[in-house]
Design a protein around this ligand. Structure first.
Ligand SMILES: [Fe+2]
Ligand SMILES: [Fe+2]
Length: 498
């Protein structure tokens, strides 16, 4: 957890961070209140702004983000619940009331705060107060925030995700942020390959949005992770592993900030592949021992590349270990070989699972037809406890379902279908599926979406039964092409944002 460092059992450190969290909330509240009654140049206002920046700095340097959220009538800072204490109850009440009136569930502050002038903080507080007195506070705040005046703070609006029964808005938002994440990693990779320094801010921003969607409805982003681009494999793979890792992290209850750190580690886990010779990376045949050794260097190269990212040292230090560990395997029998017996980190174990799953289900030059998602899970289960953490693998299998989204199904009616959504409420072996109809020229078009758990009312028997499962690549199609036609109009993935 962000306020409880993964490798630390130091109670004193945890206590100090809790107090720091409390102090930040107190100052945030004070900032809003002083801006209500004083002018921008007032000494007290300037002092509160300065203090707020100072207190937020260590957490921003360590995590790259600072989140203040309200959930179930409790306040959370960095995903950690604020403990009930008489000294802070007035602040808690005041901020909860503020969030409710504004119709927001929180604020996310980024490292731009450190370079922001005190007057920018004051102006934000002033804008919030103005919104509070408007007839529609939420609308007013949304307008102010969308104008982009405050780049150091982001408002977490429930409206971005709520009230869309058909899930279309969530889906569109997920598609948009997937494109953004995809482009971010391409940009990072290409700039680093040209030996240009590159920051983590853009990647961080895309992950923030992905985390919000994952926490709301994981099925949409799991569907997006079926995008496999043959030519740009490393990039789509990096985004997919990031999505899968954050989804698994969310399933086991990691906080928002932890999910972002995990997402960053996953996004950069294969960054070292830009140092691998492309001919070796895309070699259709079997690799020679020398070539394999060359490829194996990529975990260490990822670390080297991450170290040179343009970000705070404290943040960088938290992004290094999991990419180093991602091929080590649960029993440490993988690469690079290590002399220690210390178990790999939680993030390392999560990324290892998501990495192999995405790699197995992607068509590659040396294996044009990928393994079906359910078969990939079967293969991974055979290596549970050896390659993978058995408990986490069980969570993962539960999360993606018996037939993961994007699996191609042959139905006993002669129809073929793509799994569109798991069936978390009922029988996991009977998901929701999108029927595919032949288009008459060797391709397919989308048909209707059916529930495989539906029964014929006259006979009481299931209307459709699964005969076999396959990888969509067997038909030469990408699931995302049908599940998300806006994002994948052709067999290759076309990013929406250039
Ligand atoms: Fe790798
Ligand atoms: Fe990988």
């Amino acid at each position: 957890m962000p306020l409880q460092p993964d490798n630390s059992t130091n109670d004193e450190e945890i206590r100090k961070k809790r107090l720091l969290g409390e102090s930040i909330l107190v100052l945030f509240n004070k900032l809003l209140h002083t801006a209500k009654i004083h002018e921008e140049t007032n000494a007290l206002c300037v002092s509160v702004c300065r203090q707020f920046k100072k207190e937020a700095e260590p957490l921003l340097r360590e995590y790259g983000e600072l989140s203040i959220e309200a959930k179930h009538s409790r306040l959370f800072i960095q995903g950690e619940k604020l403990l009930h204490r008489p000294e802070t109850s007035a602040v808690t009440f005041s901020l909860l009331e503020l969030f409710e009136t504004l119709g927001v569930y929180g604020f996310s502050i980024n490292t731009k705060l450190l370079a922001a002038e005190e007057k920018e903080l004051y102006r934000f507080a002033h804008a919030v107060n103005e919104a509070l007195s408007a007839s529609d506070p939420k609308k007013e705040l949304l307008t102010v925030m969308e104008a982009g005046r405050f780049s150091w703070i982001q408002t977490l609006f429930e409206t971005q995700l709520e009230g869309e029964n058909d899930g279309k808005s969530n889906k569109n938002e997920a598609i948009r942020v997937y494109s953004y994440a995809y482009n971010s990693i391409i940009e990072v990779g290409k700039q680093l390959a040209e030996e240009r320094s590159f920051g983590t801010r853009k990647a961080m921003r895309s992950l923030q949005s992905l985390v919000d969607i994952i926490r709301e409805d994981v099925s949409i982003v799991l569907g997006l992770s079926t995008i496999k681009d043959f030519d740009d494999y490393t990039y789509t793979h990096s985004v997919n592993v990031s999505i899968l890792a954050m989804s698994l992290g969310n399933a086991i209850g990691l906080s928002r900030v932890s999910l972002m750190l995990l997402g960053m580690c996953a996004l950069f886990h294969d960054l070292g592949k830009i140092d691998v010779n492309v001919d070796i990376l895309n070699k259709p045949g079997k690799l020679t021992e020398t070539e394999f050794k060359h490829i194996q260097k990529h975990s260490l190269n990822s670390v080297r590349r991450i170290i040179h990212l343009d970000a705070f040292r404290d943040l960088i230090s938290r992004l290094i270990l999991p990419p180093f560990e991602h091929h080590l395997k649960y029993d440490l029998s993988g690469y690079p070989s290590v002399k220690w017996s210390r178990p790999i980190s939680l993030f390392g174990r999560i990324i290892a699972i998501c990495d192999v799953y995405d790699a197995l289900t992607a068509p590659r030059v040396y294996r044009p037809v990928a393994i079906s998602p359910d078969r990939a899970l079967g293969i991974m289960m055979e290596n549970s406890g050896k390659d993978f953490d058995p408990t986490l693998l069980k969570w993962f299998v539960n999360m993606v379902g018996v037939y993961p989204v994007g699996t191609l199904l042959k139905i006993d009616t002669g129809e073929i279908a793509l799994v569109a959504k798991g069936n978390s409420q009922g029988d996991a072996r009977r998901p929701c599926a999108l029927l595919l109809k032949p288009d008459g020229s060797g391709g397919f078009v989308s048909g209707k979406t059916v529930e495989l758990q539906d029964k014929d009312p006259s006979t009481g028997k299931f209307m459709r039964n699964i005969v076999s499962s396959h990888h969509a690549a067997e038909l030469g199609i990408q699931p995302a092409q049908y599940l998300y036609p806006r994002i994948a109009p052709d067999t290759s993935f076309i990013p929406l944002i250039s």
